[in-house]
Write a protein that binds this ligand. Structure first.
Ligand code: DP6
Length: 321
């Protein structure tokens, strides 16, 4: 009863920040993201006659909250399959956890698919996405491929993500500038619990952002996509800052300004940032070299990693143990 899955992390164009229901992990709004093909998590799960659950992530034995989040997810699958076998889980990212890439999105998506396959549950994509959401909201968007929308829903069954465009149909690049590798002081889960009135202000505008981004993806309108993704990122960070959460570093602002300079000079690019200081620059393939050279000219130490839209979470043959 062993299986291995691979999943890509995703970057949100319309952000998820705030929960309607903590227990079910239902969000306050729909969100839209793109899977990142340069990054992935591979996870092998085996259910067997083990004495206890064993979890190893990036060659380190897990304990504390990290392990309990995985064990809670294993429990969801044990309940579904009607088994009480313990599990061995080995998971590896092709990027360091400290790179500021949302490893929980690819991590829980890969764990979800590997558990379902190991227990021979044959779940469809919608159910997989919905179960993954319980472990970490953004991970439900790493189950389907390419450009994905997470429908907030109002129950466990109605809150799931679905692909709105295949990865090969719209080649948008994400160049992530790694400003800091330090682990963030406040996790997304904890950060979004600090409620303030700006959450309401964000909800008043997020529906407009969603419509523009969804249509931009369907119509392959990069300008509209970038403009509204950037607006939505600023909207989310305004909420965060009102909760006293300043995820940006001085270098973050420098890159934001550089993006706006490049745009004025005619190189089309936009920025988006998650709960951390690293800046994701969105652009089209013809602008990649110019943007990379320009950032590297300002700061040669900054690491830049380019991704194209990535595929869906999938089962692979190569087991990690
Ligand atoms: C800023 O999915 O990590 O990246 O559901 O509590 O696990 P939990 O939160 P998580 O939050 C991600 C927040 C974000 C925006 C986004 O990806 O939409």
């Amino acid at each position: 009863m062993k299986a291995t899955a691979l999943a890509h992390p995703n970057i949100a164009f319309i952000k998820y920040w705030g929960k309607l229901d903590q227990e079910l992990n239902l969000p306050l709004n729909n969100s839209i993201s793109m899977n990142l093909d340069s990054f992935y998590t591979k996870t092998t799960v085996e259910f067997n006659d083990f004495y206890e659950d064993y979890v190893m992530i990036n060659k380190k034995i897990s304990s504390g909250i990290e392990k309990s989040r995985v064990v809670e997810h294993l429990d969801r699958f044990r309940k579904l399959a009607g088994v009480d076998m313990k599990a061995k889980v080995i998971s590896e990212n092709n990027f360091p956890s400290s790179a500021g890439i949302a490893s929980s999105s690819s991590g829980f998506a890969a764990l979800t698919l590997a558990c379902s396959s190991a227990l021979k549950l044959n779940l469809d994509e919608r159910t997989l996405s919905s179960i993954s959401r319980r472990a970490s909201g953004s991970s439900c968007r790493s189950i389907p491929g390419g450009f994905v929308e997470w429908f907030m829903g109002s129950s466990d069954e109605t809150s799931y993500a679905e692909s709105i465009e295949e990865p090969e149909n719209f080649i948008v690049l994400d160049i992530v500038a790694i400003v800091s590798r330090r682990k963030k002081d406040v996790s997304s889960t904890e950060g979004m619990k600090i409620f303030n009135p700006y959450f309401y202000a964000r909800l008043a505008e997020v529906h407009e952002h969603l419509c523009f981004v969804r249509n931009a993806i369907k119509e392959k309108n990069f300008t509209q996509l970038g403009k509204y993704a950037e607006k939505d990122c600023i909207s989310m960070h305004t909420v965060m800052m009102n909760s006293g959460l300043f995820y940006w570093e001085p270098e973050t602002i420098k890159i934001i300004k550089l993006v706006s300079e490049l745009r004025k000079e005619g190189t089309e690019c936009y920025f988006t940032i998650d709960a951390g200081p690293n800046v994701h620059i969105l652009t089209l393939p013809e602008n990649e070299e110019k943007i990379r050279n320009r950032i590297q000219k300002e700061n040669e130490k900054i690491e830049l990693i380019t991704s194209k839209p990535g595929g869906k979470a999938r089962i692979i043959d190569e087991n990690l143990f």
